[in-house]
Design a protein around this ligand. Structure first.
Ligand code: CA
Length: 220
């Protein structure tokens, strides 16, 4: 999953970006409204964390523009404690949820999972294709009766495949879900992760479509 983090405060931005990476999200962090709008135009994000108090244009204006572009992109607005009017305006403009500064990362991650769940097809938190099930809250995968704990990047890769079960994802598709702009991608990283996941969940868990990419089966 790829997240657009819009936050002008360097300390908060750095802390949230690191926490999101640790939680298996690919993160692009921008610090002003104009860059946020440009980023949203050029990348397909799964969710945006939007600080409302931003250098021009402010978060409210960014939200208006995002909604003009793509009504489906989930947005969680981040506001100051006393900014009740901003929160109301943000929700009325189409934000999916909000969180108040200062917040605990655990709560932010739970709100993100909830918004992403509502955005997805089902209300269940567990992703399943009939042979593998994956729990975004714990990063545990169950297959063939066994349970395996996945690393952040193993989880990010498997989640991308599970969200597109029945479809082939290329190396570039998978890298988009795993790495943000500033992260260096080693050339064999995807193969390495797939090898690690197969070791934990069985060779048949991920299918290789030679020369094209990888897929997991859709539930039948
Ligand atoms: Ca701010």
């Amino acid at each position: 999953m790829r997240i657009l983090l819009v936050e002008d405060d360097r300390m908060i931005g750095a802390a949230v970006a690191q926490a999101l990476k640790d939680a298996a999200y690919a993160v692009d962090w921008v610090r002003d409204g104009q860059t946020a709008i440009e980023a949203a135009r050029s990348e397909a994000y799964d969710l945006t964390l939007l600080d409302l108090g931003l250098p021009t244009p402010d978060g409210t204006e960014v939200l208006r523009e995002l909604r003009r572009m793509d009504r489906k992109l989930p947005v969680i607005i981040v506001t100051a404690r006393d900014a009740v009017d901003d929160r109301i305006q943000g929700l009325d403009l189409g934000a999916d949820d909000y969180i108040v500064k200062p917040f605990e990362i655990r709560e932010l991650l739970a709100r993100m999972r909830a918004v992403l769940r509502r955005q997805g097809s089902g209300s269940s938190a567990i992703l399943s294709n009939g042979t593998i099930s994956l729990d975004p809250a714990t990063r545990e995968a169950v297959a063939d009766g066994g349970t395996a704990s996945l690393t952040a990047r193993e989880f990010a890769l498997l989640q991308a495949l599970m969200l597109h079960s029945g479809n082939i994802l290329s190396r570039t598709d998978l890298e988009r879900h795993i790495y943000g702009w500033n992260e260096e991608v080693e050339s064999n990283a995807v193969e390495f992760l797939i090898h690690a996941i197969r070791k934990k969940l069985g060779t048949s868990s991920i299918r290789n479509v030679r020369g094209v990419g990888w897929m997991v089966d859709r539930s039948s």
